[in-house]
Design a protein around this ligand. Structure first.
Ligand SMILES: [Fe+2]
Length: 266
């Protein structure tokens, strides 16, 4: 995989914006009049691009509730209503994510400055300026367990994956035509998530897997945060990740997108 080449999810170019200091990823796909954002950050550049495209609807998907992955939710709601006057913005995540995103203690924004203590003085000063210590946001739609839906030409399958945090989920992206029924093409019935030695599932039509912080490029997965659970990660999240083809395109919570075979599993 060429590190500098543009990445497409089906016909949609993948845009990647990065939260300064913590390098958390926001991913964006721009459709005809709707855009899909994963883990939004504030980004005037992304706003400009969507304004040019005439975007009137936003679907925001949250991989989990931690501040660095939800910090742009309120700004994007504000942006859309400023652009259209009444734009439709849906924020979607797990039930636990909604519960915890709604308070600075739950989403850890209260504590985020402690995470940058090892950074350079310049980065600490930047974090002091841009991080909000009492941040909270609302989540409009929730699911528990699994949820499958369609956005434009894509089918998106969301699955709860607590381990890094209670509200963590993973998002599987499929071509809608090759995945006509929920679970079709996923070999879901054949999965054995308790058996790490199970054959990898070469999911039909799978285009990408967004993992949030359940997989972070270049680092072991962090579970030593409030609500983190290493045992749960090892017993369910890791086997789930290992069930995919090594050539699966991963959109991680931090670090560059890449193939599963090139990522370190925590
Ligand atoms: Fe996180």
């Amino acid at each position: 995989m060429n590190a500098n080449a543009d990445i497409y999810i089906s016909k949609y170019k993948l845009y990647n914006y990065i939260l300064p200091v913590l390098n958390s990823n926001m991913f964006m796909l721009a459709g005809d009049s709707s855009a899909l954002l994963i883990d939004p950050i504030k980004s005037p550049e992304a706003e400009g691009l969507l304004e040019k495209k005439g975007t009137k609807e936003l679907l925001i998907l949250l991989t989990h509730e931690h501040y660095d992955h939800i910090s742009g939710v309120n700004r994007w709601r504000e942006w859309l209503s400023g652009i259209t006057g009444h734009g439709k913005c849906f924020v979607f995540g797990s039930e636990k994510c909604r519960e915890l995103a709604g308070s600075p203690r739950g989403n850890l924004s209260e504590y985020f400055m402690a995470l940058v203590i090892s950074k350079s003085p310049e980065e600490q000063a930047l974090a002091e300026r841009i991080f909000e210590k009492d941040y909270s946001c609302s989540v409009d739609r929730v699911f528990s367990g699994e949820y499958d839906f369609r956005w434009e030409d894509l089918r998106i399958f969301m699955k709860e994956m607590p381990g890094h945090s209670p509200g963590s989920i993973c998002l599987e992206f499929y071509t809608a035509n090759e995945c006509g029924q929920p679970d079709q093409g996923r070999h879901a019935k054949d999965d054995n998530h308790d058996n790490p030695s199970a054959e990898p599932r070469y999911a039909k039509g799978l285009l990408a897997l967004a993992t949030g912080d359940s997989l972070v490029q270049g680092h072991k997965v962090i579970t030593r945060v409030p609500g983190g659970n290493r045992k749960l990660y090892q017993s369910s999240v890791r086997p789930y990740l290992e069930s995919f083809s090594p050539e699966t395109l991963i959109l991680p919570g931090h670090g560059k997108p890449g193939l599963l075979q090139d990522m370190e599993l925590g």
